[in-house]
Design a protein around this ligand. Sequence first.
Ligand code: NIG
Ligand code: FE
Length: 450
Amino acid sequence: MSGGTIIRNASQLVVICSKKETYKIGKDMDKIEIVEKGSVVVDSTGIIVDIGMEPEFSKKYAHHKFDVDIDASGKAVVPGFIDAHTHPVWSGDRVHEFAMKLAGATYMDIHKMGGGIGFTVEHTRKSSEEELQKLLVSRLDRMVKYGTTTVEAKSGYGLETETEMKMLKVLHDTSKIHPIEIVSTYLGGHSVPKGSTAQLAAEDIVNLQIPALLALKKEGKISPKNIDVFYEKGVFEREDTAKILKAGKDAGLCLNFHGDELNPMGSGKFGAELEATAISHLEKVDDEGIACMAKKPIVAVLLPTTAYILRLEPPPARKLINGNVPVALGSDFNPNAHCMSMPQVMNLACIMMKMTMNESLIAATLNSAASLEISATHGSIEVGKVGDFVIVGNAKWEHLIYEMVDPPILRSRGVACLPRRAGHRLGRQLPATHPSRGEAARRNCAGGER
Ligand code: NIG
Ligand code: FE
């Protein structure tokens, strides 16, 4: 026998779970499963086929010649990170706003002055697909270096049909050439376009943008899985948000929206009524919202970089975890919060939101996968799941969080993401027929393409 990949004898093979759990809540979020002296085999299509302990495991494979054979002695191995919330397609950085924020301007002060999202929209509208793709690829490359293997990626800097579809197309095309796995989200309701109103913008989304999205999706040119709205006072409020999200649901998209970030909007209850999959931010979530989210459950995607950069009170992670809401983490990479590193996000989650390191790792892997409805195939090291790993340059996985801004990730792409990625790296064409990787991630929420 030959082919595939083996990672041998990791000091800690951090599998996360072993019973195909699709998310973890409450006290279980603080429990991770670790195989010491662990080894894992991935087949040539990128799927984990065997997990075991040394020295027995290597004896079993003594006559197998692997394409990629990695000795992980003295190193820990964790699942590739799943960044549950990013805005990575845009041009025109906002470095000038950083000084304004340091001088005391709030997010909404800048937004109302036409800066913030409005500034990025102006630039992104003018950029070609090629320019946007180049920027996106360089950002995804940096994310991979920090161990991200799957990323949720939003549109939202067009606010009209042409640019929104352009952004989704860039994401779709890039997912075919980049080793990172992209789950894309349509965010036409990210802000009210200059000169319009929330009501008119919602009508434009429902009557023009979503029909255009469905047509392009049918043609195989874009692949959005989720719909998002910036549900916020002075942006899209209840009625318009509900209108957009309901139209998105009818279009077969999963509801995954920004809520309770700057003002309490009752997002938990609202999300439960609309049957949302996930809600991001939640700095201002209330007790009723927490109870509603736990019931369904709705995944809470927490973004500590936002609170850090805007000097806000961080979201109540402890209350959410104690209230049995599955908590996930995202970098919220965007021109406001310029962070691409999930280890940094986990560190901030521990320090600012009082999460444990185990909780942070589960939030950045299994529960992030749950927020994208891909935890049947992603988010833990289990037989049948995709073989995405991060190899840590230390025997204890916690060094990823402890070493702050420069985590000891062995920075080869082929090490951070194996082995489908290895196919790209080595210029080999891996079988295009395997259904369980990009396809699983992109599969329509309502089941089946529309
Ligand atoms: O999640 N709050 C809205 N959206 C983003 C920020 C986007 C931007 O400022 O460009 C967020 O923080
Ligand atoms: Fe965001």
